[in-house]
Design a protein around this ligand. Sequence first.
Ligand code: ZN
Length: 441
Amino acid sequence: MAGVIPPPACSFCGALKSPETPLIAGNEGRICEACVALAHQVVCNWSRKKQSAALVDSLRTPKEIKDHLDQYVIGQNEAKETLSVAIYNHYLRLINQGKEQNDELFPLAGSTELEKSNVLMAGPSGTGKTLLVKGLANVIGVPMVVADATSLTQAGYVGDDVDTILHRLLEAADGDVRRAEWGIVYIDEVDKLARAGAGMTAVRDVSGEGVQQSLLKMVEGSQVKISKGDKRRGNGEEVSIDTTNILFVAGGAFPGLEKIIAERVSPADQRSIGFHSPAPVVEEKTSNELLPALQPEDFQQFGIIPEFIGRFPIITFLEELDVDDLLRILQEPRNALVKQYFQLFSYQGVKLQFTENALRIIAQRALDRGTGARGLRGVMESVLRKTMFDLPSKEGIATCVVDEDYVNDAAEIIVSEVLGVTPVPEPETTREPEDVCVQRS
Ligand SMILES: [Zn+2]
């Protein structure tokens, strides 16, 4: 008499095989769908823990983060401190996520939910907004992506939609969804999304507000399905990215924002000078004096919708740069332009020197262009273009000196090529040039 052979069972939970409960069979055992799902969750938790541990190692104190930013961006102390604290708190919160339960150290756990510290930054173009955020991502070691708000459209319109940002973040994380979910998204030029008609400058068509709305969903935290492969061709598997823990930084030049602040701080009727009333003459304040008084409502006045502003609880500003700032930017950062060109020339066995006055003229020209530090590169290129064109086909040039000269009372920049033996000894000795030829830029 043969007994009834029982159907095979899941080796993990014991569930019997049936049409509703199919099993995957291995060499020694079997597993049901529910146990596969559970196992997947457990494994995900492992990689989160590993990621947390890695972050604990790379998280620096706000002071250390700011010191790091100092290598990339000159000045802007207020913005650096604000960003350093925001980043520190954000990752501190992520590292400790889930730790709260069953821990006497966190009596408030469960009842207190820490909000994300997204940052909204105002600052003229070329003051280093993008550099600062890149520096942050760099020091913490998380993936980061820069998106331009002006290239975004509401879903369904031609152009990039908001999902593209996450697609690129996933690429920056080498396809690792978990890393992407703890990354940083910097959205530049959000001022261009201002509602037309609001604020000082009627900036963009009506779609601007629509883009603000579609960004909102992502910033608030949502599950976004994106294709892992080539977006345009639509192939590749779909993955779901949870944006809840992504840190968002939004930035923009917000032209005219200081006028909105000025109007709020000292309304026009108080500034007018009457004949009879001895109203005090209020001096025009510079934007650098006004920006520290920046309030969220000023962004609303500018044309950013309140819901959007509400999702960026931390606001900060970058100061307008002056000639002295630009002079430092030319020379001091790790990647300073003067250092870069020095290197480029040294590859050709030529020592490149700048006089202080020449650098000042270069800084002034960039300032006149109104593009801040970003303009420096262009000015430098035009100053050195002729020299860089001629140099490789010349021989025996040891030094190039970039100096100022006066032509009809106007300051000009000249580049002198000094013949001599290469390489030049390091201590800066002013040798009598054997032969100098001068090129005007
Ligand atoms: Zn099972």
